[in-house]
Design a protein around this ligand. Structure first.
Ligand code: SAM
Length: 248
C-alpha cells in the first residue's frame, strides 16, 4: 500500500516550512487538507501543484474511507491542517487511526506546533507539562475543568481564541489563585508576536485594559501547583517512613 505522510505547516511565518515538508507535498499523489481554500496560498507560494481533497471535522468519517481505499491501491497521501501539526487540536485522528489499523505506514514530517513554540520561550518549567487544548466555551464547564487541573504540578498549556481569552484568564485567576504565574503567547511567528509573563490576576487585568492583547491567536500557559504545606507534610511523612525502617 501507499503511505500516509502527516505534514506540519507554518503557524504564521511562511518560512517555518521544512524543506522535507515541501518536497513531500510535491511528490505525493494527493494532499488531504483541512480546508483547501485556506491552504491554497501557501501551496502556491511553494509551487506545490499536487491535487487536493478536503478532510475536515464535518466530513472526516466519510472522507477517511475514501482516503484509505486510495492508499490501499498504492497511492501516497499527505495530511495537512490549516496551521501547525495535524491532529493537535486539528482533524486527522480518525484517519491516522484507520490507516494504522489497515496496516498503512504513517510517517511524520514534523514542524511548527504553537504549544511547543510557546512553551519554548515561556520560561516556565518545561521538563513536565500537559497539553489541554481548548477549554470548554461555557464558564461553568470551563471552571469545572480548571478545578480538575488545580492540583496538577506540571506546566499547563491551553489554546485560546481571541473572543474568550479575557474570560478564561479571569476564570483561571479565580480557580488557580491570582498569584499563580502565567504566560500568554500571542501571534507567534507573526508581526504582532508578544509573550507576556505575569501572575494570573495581573495578566487578566492587563488583557482587559489593553484590548490589543485580545487580538489574534493565543497559547496560554500556567505554572503547575507549587509545593505547598500539604506537599511538604507528605514529603516529611515519606522520609520519616524510610528512616523508621532503617533506624534501630
Ligand atoms: N495544529 C495547530 C498547532 O500545531 O499548533 C493548532 C490548531 S488550533 C485549531 C488553533 C489554535 O492554536 C489557536 O486558536 C491558538 O490557540 C493556537 N495557535 C495557532 N497558531 C498560533 C500562533 N501563531 N500564535 C499563538 N497561538 C497559535
Amino acid at each position: 500500500p501507499g503511505c500516509l505522510w502527516v505534514v506540519a505547516t507554518p503557524i504564521g511565518h511562511r518560512d517555518d516550512f521544512s524543506v522535507r515538508a515541501v518536497e513531500t507535498l510535491r511528490s505525493v499523489d494527493v494532499i488531504a487538507c483541512e480546508d483547501t481554500r485556506h491552504s491554497r496560498p501557501l501551496l502556491m507560494h511553494y509551487n506545490i501543484a499536487t491535487p487536493q481533497i478536503a478532510l475536515h471535522e464535518h466530513n472526516e468519517r466519510d472522507a477517511v474511507d475514501a482516503i484509505i481505499q486510495r492508499m490501499l491501491r498504492g497511492e501516497s497521501v499527505a495530511l495537512i491542517s490549516d496551521a501547525g501539526t495535524p491532529l493537535i487540536s486539528d482533524p486527522g485522528y480518525r484517519l491516522v487511526r484507520a490507516a494504522r489499523a489497515a496496516g498503512i505506514k504513517c510517517v511524520p514530517v514534523p514542524g511548527a506546533c504553537a504549544a511547543i513554540a510557546a512553551l519554548s520561550v515561556s520560561g516556565l518549567p518545561s521538563d513536565r507539562f500537559v497539553f489541554e487544548g481548548f477549554l470548554p466555551p461555557k464558564s461553568s464547564a470551563r471552571k469545572a475543568r480548571l478545578q480538575e487541573l488545580a492540583g496538577d504540578t506540571r506546566t499547563l498549556i491551553f489554546y485560546e481564541s481571541s473572543h474568550r481569552v479575557a474570560e478564561s484568564l479571569a476564570d483561571m485567576a479565580e480557580v488557580f489563585g491570582a498569584e499563580r504565574e502565567a504566560v500568554l503567547a500571542r501571534e507567534l511567528t507573526k508581526l504582532f508576536e508578544t509573550v507576556l509573563g505575569e501572575p494570573l490576576g495581573e495578566l487578566a487585568r492587563h488583557v482587559v485594559r489593553d484590548t490589543d492583547q485580545q487580538k489574534g491567536e493565543f497559547v496560554l500557559m500556567v505554572r503547575g501547583r507549587g509545593e505547598d504545606a500539604d506537599g511538604r507534610v507528605a514529603e516529611g511523612l515519606r522520609v520519616f517512613g524510610i528512616l523508621k525502617e532503617e533506624l534501630p
